[in-house]
Design a protein around this ligand. Structure first.
Ligand SMILES: Nc1nc2c(ncn2[C@@H]2O[C@H](COP(=O)(O)OP(=O)(O)OP(=O)(O)O)[C@@H](O)[C@H]2O)c(=O)[nH]1
Length: 388
């Protein structure tokens, strides 16, 4: 709900302030959803690579049981990754952080498991045969995929790449004789990957920045379309939306809901005598006075026509409404609008009332009743408050 308490805050600033929590939650949601989707297929590919390498090394031909442990491990991991769904869009930051930690644990377990398999094959084979070649190629593929897919969390992405590739490098260089060249090549590739992670992180960040910019611009446009350009108050469109939703919400519990309709007196004379620009300044002057009298966050003051304004005051009873309207009326009367050397004194007529839950069938009916009270105030001499 839009409030007008922040004097000196432009509608553009207000739009930005209002949207910030949404932007933050979008960024958290976006990065967690990306992580969730991108990490899902991992265990399937680990298992496939494991089966092919084991087959080429001849382990499966010796005993099918050799695949039991990897199948269970990657099966459970796959299930956990799928079942661990990202938090709801408007969850608190801590919820997103906790989710991230748990999900990254699943991802790290997967990359460590793969490393154990790749190192076991290298350790048992110790020569560049087909099984080792496949395990090296798949290790390169997995680490490249990790460096591309997990750019939303740079530190974890880097650790993941290390977990996948470093154990193989160490084994090939220091633990074997025939695979040292492969180890050195992998080492060079590892360096390239670490540099590559930096680029992908930057690209991912840029993409998010563009999306955030779009969200902010959309919110700004939508806020501007709800704001009266001259006074900075919510406009008729915003008032209608707010009045409808506040009215129906109050109707559920039959809560007290007050409305003040304000119409400036003889405004045409001001325009005719001092010019249209002076008229505009008077409208701005009145809007500033109005803002001073609308103090609660739940109250909404809006300009709904040329020189017509309303104040929606939830939980505000008859007596309070009259008091607010009288204070506003008196304040306007004693505070002239200063235009250079000229002072323009003008007044306002007001109708006030609360929703009559027995007879008011709709927000429009309530408005009509209180608007009529405002006309009565005009008809009975202006510069007064009529309560219904
Ligand atoms: N300067 C200026 N004048 C406006 C604006 N919107 C409406 N008006 C003027 O407000 C005046 C309203 O005139 P009327 O509806 O006759 O009402 P009034 O002169 O205030 O007379 P009562 O309401 O009967 O007291 C018209 O002259 C409009 O041109 C605006 O944005 N700027």
């Amino acid at each position: 709900m839009q409030t007008i308490r922040d004097l000196g805050v432009t509608p553009e600033d207000q739009a930005r302030i209002d949207i910030e929590p949404d932007v933050q939650s979008y960024v958290w949601r976006r990065s967690t959803t990306d992580l969730y989707i991108r990490s899902k297929p991992g265990p399937v590919f680990y298992l496939l690579a494991c089966a092919i390498s084991f087959w080429l090394a001849g382990y499966i031909q010796q005993s099918w049981w050799v695949m039991l442990a990897p199948t269970i491990a990657f099966g459970v991991l796959g299930y956990l990754r799928i079942a661990h769904k990202p938090p709801e869009a408007h969850a608190a930051q801590q919820v997103f952080e906790r989710w991230k930690q748990v999900h990254w644990t699943y991802i790290h377990i997967g990359s460590v498991l793969w490393s154990v398999i790749a190192v076991t094959i290298g350790w048992l084979e110790r020569e560049p045969n087909q099984a080792v070649i496949v395990s090296v190629i798949t290790t390169i593929t997995f680490s490249t995929a990790a460096s591309h897919a997990f750019a939303m969390h740079p530190l974890h992405a880097r650790i993941c790449v290390m977990e996948l590739i470093l154990p193989s490098i160490l084994l090939y260089i220091f633990g074997t004789k025939n695979l040292q060249a492969t180890g050195i090549t992998l080492c060079i590739f590892f360096g390239y990957l670490l540099l590559n992670v930096r680029t992908t992180i930057r690209e991912y960040q840029k993409q998010i920045d563009v999306e955030v910019m779009l969200i902010r611009s959309r919110a700004e446009i939508s806020s501007l379309s709800m704001t009266d350009a001259l006074t900075g108050l919510p406009n008729r469109r915003k008032y209608e939306q707010a009045w409808q939703s506040i009215w129906y919400m109050a109707a559920r519990k039959q809560e007290v809901l007050g409305l003040i309709v304000v119409d400036l007196d003889h405004f045409k004379h001001i325009n005719d005598e001092f010019g249209h620009l002076a008229g505009d300044t008077c409208l701005q002057h009145f809007a500033e006075i109005l803002k001073r009298h609308v103090r609660r966050d739940s109250d909404i003051a809006a300009r709904i026509g040329g020189e017509e304004f309303v104040i929606i005051m939830p939980t505000c009873g008859k007596v309070q409404l009259i008091q607010v309207a009288e204070n506003l009326r008196a304040d306007l009367q004693k505070t002239p609008c200063q235009l250079g050397a000229v002072q323009i004194v003008f007044t306002a007529s007001m109708g006030t009332g609360v929703v009559d839950w027995k007879n008011d069938d709709s927000p429009d009916l309530t408005f009509e009743r209180i608007d009529k009270a405002c006309y009565q105030a005009k008809a009975s001499g202006r510069n007064r408050v009529v309560a219904v």
